[in-house]
Write a protein that binds this ligand. Sequence first.
Ligand SMILES: [Zn+2]
Length: 335
Amino acid sequence: MLPFKLVYSEKYFLPIGEHVFRADKYRLIQERLLQQHVADSGDFIVPQPASESDVTLVHSPHYINKLMEGGLSAREELQMEIPYSPQVVDAFMLHTGGSILAAERALKDGICVNVGGGFHHAFPDHGEGFCMINDIAVAIRAMQKRGRIRRAMTIDCDVHQGNGTAFIFGNSIPRPDILPSTSAPVLGRIPAEEAVKGKDVFTISLHQEHNYPYVKPASSIDVNLPDGCGDSEYLGWLDNALSSALRQFEPELLSYVAGADPFGQDQLGGLSLTIDGLKQRDELVFRAARARDIPIMTTYAGGYAHHVEDTVTIHCNTVIAAAEVYRAAESRLST
Ligand SMILES: [Zn+2]
């Protein structure tokens, strides 16, 4: 039994046909976790779809109406890069409900993993890059609305910049400094103190600079990584960005976007992380959260390895890494 819950529904499958985004990955992850006895069936909890009122905490009613009534233009559907259908909308509402549930459980248990979600390219009034609803932002706004938290921090480690999330939480804050993509894993400049003051959501994105999205709205910290960046360089940048962020901002919830696409064999990524390096990345994030006692929710986002088994391994390793970090914490407490 795991020391935390996994949020999952068999209805996470997105009916989008033959696609580089293997929407059967969620089922394959659940099956692998069970087969390898990482988790048992009692570790899984099933989400309800998000309500429209929660979704409109982030998205415009006009956009939600278009989704519900099939009113997207051909151009809007093209920008989404997945085919529209009411069933696809239902699946996104369920993933979003899953992230809300993961946030609730993280606040209760210290950590929770949504075996889905992470649709960080969705904007308030449109979807793009395989993302229709920004479940990450909806979950945070829902927790704030319910008075459960005031401040949150997103740590987006997908290979693609979290443009939707950065835009949603960017509001009127001045554009922060962008970290230069030099080879030394030393944090360049950090956001000015005034830029952080009064902010309720601090966003961090580590991503490949020369990749989608080509327009990158400013996150609180953007780490623009060079092509081919490997494990040690990546982990150095992550460690620096995270510790710098946590020195200047005290979140009551961390939202970790554990994309599998920084993997060297990814079809849509150009970084060179190994499967082992990605697991170390997960451990680093979970250790940082655990050491400071900050609840952390995790979503999966992208993963398009040439062999889907590799994507599944990377996502399963996120659960294994969390189990190792939180079991170690448990046993320390009980001795
Ligand atoms: Zn991605």
